[in-house]
Design a protein around this ligand. Structure first.
Ligand code: ACO
Length: 429
């Protein structure tokens, strides 16, 4: 038997054989281009809507084994990071590839802490939105607008500029997020407090009222930090793919992050935790669960917070979040929707439809319940996700810029439209 690391393809249209190399468990799609029926044929291509089985890049950031339910950032298991790390330390790891030593961590925290203020003119944009504007819409717009404040960000090949934009983005996203929330409830903006840590300061900017010094609850502060760790990166998901795709045109990172955040906004992605809560509210009580399961079977609705493109086993993040929920509820009081959620999960996990399709709770099934118990309104849920995922988006963007294999993202299509035809004047149509 041959031991060659290659694939032999026989084109039955022509009877010709081709050998294409296999590297890291993949063949290069471009190697199929040589497979033609004749000189006029532009070559064989692959058809893969939604990238079901196409790797768009090589990456060293995040590893997922969806069958086994494994998630590692830079090789470190998510369970260990969730237990032992902080969001800022994890963000450093995701961005730079290694855990920081004490001095690196101190410098990193200092730099993030000292870039949290946003320009007054950005506050004016936020003021201009309707009182009921969705915070995610405001966040997407204001991040995009930041590119006009930092024109130096267009020097994307300059590592120093990238580092500065990284500080600004990681530091200012919570400020933007908090200000959009304050705007939506008609409260004056609360400015950053450098005495607090990343999540403590975020809670301060969200919830400070007239007290001179806001004191975040340590359990809630740690809970939010942990949720941020769990959301820091998730390899080539929809929004990260948007980040890489937009970034591949060499636009500045603020514009690319605005696009990534817009992708995150959708209910099939980061908007799912908001939709989970809406669905749980709609279900209303445990006795209504069989009815929603029936509607899922009939294909009328999807169970929000269930299913994942990659995880065909329990999402490891969902397991960690489920445990966190009880710690948070000890402080905030129980979110009554948890009982419906637990029963829904129990029924779904025993239901043939869900078993057959390998649909398990994903990260968003429980995160919304915690956010709600902490006092966050539903509309800010995807914004919280965006704050954490900014670390992953930037890490993946920098990796893409430094990868000599990368080109501008420009997929091919299978054209099925009309052949050439002559223009018809309007009176003849
Ligand atoms: N409820 C009911 N049926 C589902 C669900 C669900 N939540 N998810 C998938 N299915 C079914 C589909 O109808 C499909 O059935 P079919 O083969 O008979 O057509 C099958 O399972 C496979 O689903 P796809 O949509 O092909 O799976 P895909 O990998 O494209 O989608 C996704 C993954 C978008 C997450 C999907 O499971 C979903 O819509 N879930 C609900 C939304 C959600 O929770 N999103 C958050 C994801 S996690 C995140 O982004 C952080």
């Amino acid at each position: 038997m041959s031991q060659r690391n290659s694939l032999t393809i026989t084109d039955n249209r022509t009877g010709k054989n081709y050998e294409v190399p296999i590297e890291n468990g993949a063949i290069k799609a471009i190697d199929l281009r040589q497979i033609r029926t004749d000189a006029a044929d532009s070559g064989l291509t692959t058809y893969d809507p939604g990238f079901l089985n196409t790797a768009s890049c090589q990456s060293r950031v995040t590893y997922i084994d969806g069958e086994k339910g494994i998630l590692n950032y830079r090789g470190y298991p998510i369970e260990q990071l969730a237990e032992k790390s902080t969001f800022l330390e994890t963000a450093y790891l995701v961005l730079y590839g290694e855990l920081p030593n004490k001095q690196q961590l101190d410098e990193w925290q200092y730099n993030i802490t000292h870039h949290t203020i946003i320009h007054r003119n950005i506050e004016k944009f936020i003021d201009g939105f309707h009182y009921d504007a969705h915070p995610m819409g405001m966040l997407v717009s204001t991040v995009a607008a930041m590119s006009t404040f930092y024109p130096d960000a267009q020097h994307i090949m300059d590592p120093e500029s990238r580092t500065l934009q990284t500080y600004r983005l990681i530091a200012k996203m919570p400020t933007l997020a908090a200000f959009t929330y304050r705007h939506s409830i008609g409260m004056p903006f609360a400015y950053p407090d450098n005495d607090l840590n990343y999540t403590g300061n975020f809670l301060n900017m969200l919830f400070k009222k007239t007290e001179l010094k806001y004191k975040p609850d340590p359990v809630l502060q740690r809970g939010l930090d942990l949720l941020f760790i769990l959301h820091a990166d998730h390899e080539q998901n929809c929004s990260t793919n948007a980040m890489r795709g937009i970034g591949s045109s060499h636009v500045d990172p603020y514009s690319a992050i605005a696009g990534a955040a817009a992708a995150l906004y959708g209910p099939l992605h980061g908007g799912a935790n908001e939709m989970v809560l809406r669905q749980l509210n709609e279900i209303g009580s445990k006795d209504k669960i069989p009815n929603i399961i029936k509607r899922v079977h009939a294909g009328e609705v999807r169970l929000m917070g269930f299913g994942h493109r990659v995880y065909k086993n329990y999402d490891p993040r969902a397991r960690i979040i489920k445990n966190l929920a009880y710690e948070v509820f000890d402080v905030t009081g129980k979110n009554p929707l948890i009982d419906i959620a637990l029963e829904l999960e129990r029924i779904a996990l025993e239901d043939e439809y869900f078993i057959k399709k390998k649909l398990y709770p994903n990260v968003d099934f429980y995160s919304g319940l915690i956010y709600q118990a902490m006092g966050f309104p539903l509309t800010i849920f995807p914004v919280l996700f965006a704050i954490a995922r900014t670390a992953g988006w930037i890490a993946q963007w920098i990796e893409m810029l430094q990868d000599p294999d990368q080109r501008i993202a420009r997929p091919r299509q299978i054209y099925l439209g009309n052949g050439p035809r002559d223009y018809i004047p309007i009176d003849k149509r």
